[in-house]
Design a protein around this ligand. Structure first.
Ligand code: 13P
Length: 249
């Protein structure tokens, strides 16, 4: 059965002391829940966060990585480097990476491969822009993002893949997809997976929703049958809000 997951994407927020303070708050707020809980601090604080949470159920994950194992890629970090400090899961394909750092389906396919070769779990993000939704092209956009970056994989690779539907127009805008919009898209994603890999694989993959999830709307969104959790930006920077969202499960 697929897992419920709530992951906090801290983006480029929190220096070392702020990271330590937020983790202290998270430990205090932490409650037992039916969801796996993850946080993604920035690179410079991953080691510290990992050490601090080693014996906790909160998993520390990375926001990005390069596809090469090592080499002349100034400023980049590889899967092997992440693994060497205990990180087992990486977010790939976030719309901010696609928009500001020219990440493409092709480069993301390589990153996915590198993560899997290193036995890492991937939270693979995708989602349409506002202009796509206005033109009712959201299904076609999402389908091509998934197919181009993931459909070269064998079925068994999907036990290491979590999908995160994040409509760009809902990220950091306060404008959330309605629970019905999220459910419609998640059902479409599962159907797309099922057509290629069969229903057993499609039913086993967790599909998270991301985009202005808050304590006030999490329960309704997570109650939808094909929504298996959330990727949380702004609200993950406050421990009380974050665990209020986790508790929606
Ligand atoms: P917000 O929750 O701030 O809208 O961000 C969502 C997101 O981008 C998570 O990856």
């Amino acid at each position: 059965m697929r897992k419920n997951i709530v992951a906090g994407n801290w983006k480029m927020n929190n220096d070392l002391s702020q990271t330590e303070a937020l983790i202290t708050d998270l430990k205090r707020e932490s409650k037992t829940s039916n969801a796996e809980v993850m946080i993604a601090p920035t690179y410079t604080n991953l080691w510290q966060a990992y050490q601090t949470l080693k014996d906790n159920t909160i998993e520390v994950i990375a926001q990005n990585m390069h596809f090469a194992e090592n080499g002349a890629y100034t400023g980049e970090v590889s899967a092997a480097m992440l693994k060497s400090i205990g990180i087992k899961t990486v977010i790939l394909g976030h719309s901010e990476r696609r928009a500001y750092y020219n990440e493409t389906d092709e480069s993301l396919a390589k990153k996915v491969n590198a993560a899997l070769v290193n036995d890492m779990r991937v939270i693979f993000c995708f989602g349409e822009e506002l202009k796509d939704r206005k033109a009712e092209k959201q299904d076609a956009v999402v389908e091509s993002q998934i197919k181009n970056a993931l459909f070269h994989l064998e079925a068994k690779a999907f036990n290491k893949i979590v999908l995160a539907y994040e409509p760009v127009w809902a990220i950091g805008t306060g404008e959330t997809a309605t629970p019905e919009q999220a459910q419609d898209m998640h059902a479409f994603i599962r159907k797309t997976l099922s057509e290629k890999y069969g229903s057993e694989v499609a039913d086993s993959v967790s599909i998270l929703y991301g985009g202005s999830v808050k304590p006030a709307n999490a329960k309704e969104i997570f109650s939808k049958p094909d929504v298996d959790g959330g990727l949380i930006g702004g609200a993950s920077l406050n421990a009380e809000d974050f665990f209020a969202i986790v508790s929606a499960f």
